[in-house]
Design a protein around this ligand. Structure first.
Ligand SMILES: Cc1ncc(COP(=O)(O)O)c(C=O)c1O
Length: 456
C-alpha cells in the first residue's frame, strides 16, 4: 500500500487532465458564413415572416425538434429566459404556487417569481437527485398550478410518477432539461414529456453557443405563446388571433443567427458526445459500484444519463472521516486542476435554494414582499430543515465530478478511480491524521471549485 499523497506519498498522476475543447473548424466556418451574409439577426418584433427569426434560427430549431420528435423547438437567448417563457406560457399568475426542486441551479425556481408565482419546494429523491414524487404530492394545495421538474446532472426524473400526479391534480409540468440534452426516460426524450421544457446552451453544457437555450413542446398553443413572449408579443396577438392575451407581453429573448449557425454544428456532435460520456460513465460506475460507502446512479431500462456531472454519494459513517477530507485526499493524488472541467471532485452542488436570501427574507420583486404575500393568511415555509434529504446531500453526502466528458479517455478516468481506491485503502491513515480532520470543515462546493479553478 503506497502512502497517500496528502500525507507526503507519491501521487497517482501528475500529468494534467485534458481540458474540454468544444469549438472546431465547423463552428468557425458557420459563424463566418453568417458574418459574411451581414444578417446577424433575422428577427423583427412585429407579426410576419420574420417574427420567428431568420433562416439559421429556424433551421436549428427544426433540426433539434425533428431529431427528437418534438413538435416545436423555440430558441431563446438563455435557458434562464427559456424557463421564464415556459412559466409565462403555461399561464402562471401572481399567487399561483409551483412545486420546485430545491437542489438545482437557482433559475429553475426564480423563473416562477418573474410571473408572480410562488416556488414551493418539495424534497428530492436520494438516488435520482430529482423531485421525489411523494414529497411533491404532500406539497400540493388548491393554489398549486404546476410542477417544475429538473433532470439534474442529466439523470431523468421519475416522469411517470410526476405525470400521474399532474394528471390527478390537473397541474402543468415544466421540464428543466438544461443538463439533459438528448436524454431518454424510458425511451422517450426528456423535455416535452410534460407540457413544455427545454435545454441550456450555456458555455458549460454538452453543446453550447456561449449562452442560449431551446424550448420544446408538443403543444401548438404553448408554442405560440412562447414565441410571443420571446419577441414582443404585445405587437402580434391580434395578427395571430390570440384571444387570451394574459402573459403575452413579450421581451427580447431572441437567439442570433451566429449563435444558431454555431448551434447547428454543435448539435451534429451531440450524440457523439453523449455516447462518449456514456462509455466513460459506465466504466466509472463499474469501478465504484461495489465500494461500500459510495453510491453511484443506475439507470432504468430505456433511460439514459448525459453525465453533465457524475454524482457520487458518500457515507461518512462507513469511512469515518468527513467528506471534505476524503475529497482532499483524492484530489491530492491527481494533478491540480487548471480549470473547472479538470476539477476531480467538488463537495455538494449548490446550497438548497430556499436558504438563499430571496426566500429567507421573502423579498423578490420590490420591497413589499411580492409575490410571497399574494395569498393572505398563507405563510410560506423556507426554514432550514424543510427538505432533509436535500440538506443532508448538501452538508454531508454528495460529491460531483465533471470528469465524465469529452476529451477524457478511459485511462484518464481510470486514474481518477485509482485515486479513490487508493484513498479508501489508506483510510485508516486519514482517520489518525487529526490535524487534517480539523482542517476539513470548509465546504468545497461547485461554486468554490469554479472560483478556484476557472482561468481568470
Ligand atoms: C438545471 C439548470 N437550470 C437552468 C439553468 C440556466 O441556464 P442558462 O445558464 O442557459 O441560463 C442551468 C444552467 O446552468 C441549469 O443547470
Amino acid at each position: 500500500m503506497s502512502k497517500l499523497a496528502i500525507l507526503g506519498g507519491t501521487p497517482i498522476r501528475t500529468i494534467d487532465f485534458p481540458n474540454r475543447k468544444s469549438m472546431g473548424r465547423e463552428e468557425l466556418e458557420a459563424a463566418q458564413r453568417v458574418l459574411e451574409s451581414d444578417i446577424l439577426s433575422g428577427f423583427v418584433g412585429v407579426a410576419g415572416n420574420f417574427f420567428n427569426g431568420g433562416t439559421e434560427v429556424r433551421s436549428f430549431e427544426n433540426k433539434w425538434a425533428n431529431e427528437y420528435g418534438f413538435k416545436h423547438g423555440i430558441s431563446v437567448n438563455s435557458w434562464t429566459t427559456g424557463l421564464q417563457v415556459a412559466v409565462g406560457a403555461i399561464g402562471i399568475e401572481p399567487g399561483d404556487e409551483v412545486i420546485c426542486s430545491p437542489y438545482t441551479m437557482s433559475a429553475s425556481a426564480t423563473s416562477v417569481l418573474f410571473y408572480g408565482g410562488i416556488p414551493v419546494f418539495a424534497d428530492i429523491d436520494r438516488d435520482r437527485y430529482t423531485l421525489d414524487p411523494k414529497s411533491v404530492e404532500e406539497k400540493i394545495t388548491p393554489r398549486t398550478k404546476a410542477i417544475l421538474v429538473v433532470h439534474l446532472f442529466g439523470y431523468p426524473a421519475d416522469m411517470d410518477a410526476i405525470m400521474a400526479i399532474a394528471k390527478r391534480h390537473n397541474l402543468r409540468v415544466i421540464e428543466d432539461a438544461a443538463q439533459a440534452p438528448g436524454v431518454l426516460y424510458k425511451n422517450r426524450p426528456v423535455g416535452a414529456i410534460g407540457d413544455i421544457g427545454g435545454f441550456s446552451l450555456n458555455f458549460h453544457k454538452h453543446i453550447h453557443t456561449g449562452e442560449g437555450g431551446l424550448l420544446v413542446t408538443q403543444n401548438d398553443d404553448l408554442a405560440l405563446r412562447s414565441q410571443l413572449i420571446r419577441n414582443h408579443g404585445e405587437n402580434a396577438t391580434e395578427a395571430y388571433g390570440v384571444s387570451d392575451i394574459s402573459n403575452t407581453i413579450g421581451s427580447n429573448y431572441r437567439f442570433t443567427e451566429i449563435q444558431a449557425a454555431i448551434a447547428i454544428e454543435q448539435f451534429k456532435k451531440l450524440k457523439g458526445f453523449l455516447n462518449h460520456r456514456k462509455n466513460i460513465g459506465a466504466y466509472l460506475t463499474a469501478r465504484l459500484n461495489n465500494i461500500d460507502g459510495l453510491s453511484v446512479q443506475h439507470l432504468e431500462e430505456g433511460s439514459t444519463h448525459s453525465y453533465y456531472m457524475f454524482p457520487i454519494r458518500y457515507n461518512e459513517e462507513v469511512f469515518g472521516i468527513p467528506r471534505n477530507l476524503f475529497l482532499r485526499a483524492v484530489s491530492a493524488e491527481l494533478p491540480k486542476p487548471n480549470y473547472w472541467d479538470t476539477t476531480p471532485l467538488a463537495e455538494a452542488y449548490v446550497k438548497p435554494l430556499y436558504l438563499n436570501p430571496v426566500y429567507q427574507q421573502k423579498i423578490a420583486i420590490g420591497k413589499k414582499g411580492f409575490p410571497f404575500n399574494m395569498n393572505p393568511g398563507i405563510e410560506y415555509d423556507y426554514s432550514k430543515g424543510l427538505c432533509p434529504v436535500t440538506e443532508k446531500l448538501y452538508e454531508k453526502e454528495l460529491m460531483i465530478s465533471p470528469l465524465v466528458r469529452e476529451g477524457i479517455s478511459l485511462d484518464d478516468i481510470s486514474d481518477f478511480a485509482n485515486a479513490i481506491e487508493k484513498t479508501i485503502e489508506n483510510i485508516n491513515d486519514l482517520k489518525s491524521a487529526k490535524h487534517l480532520i480539523s482542517e476539513s470543515s470548509e465546504l468545497y462546493d461547485a461554486a468554490k471549485a469554479i472560483e478556484d479553478n476557472v482561468k481568470k
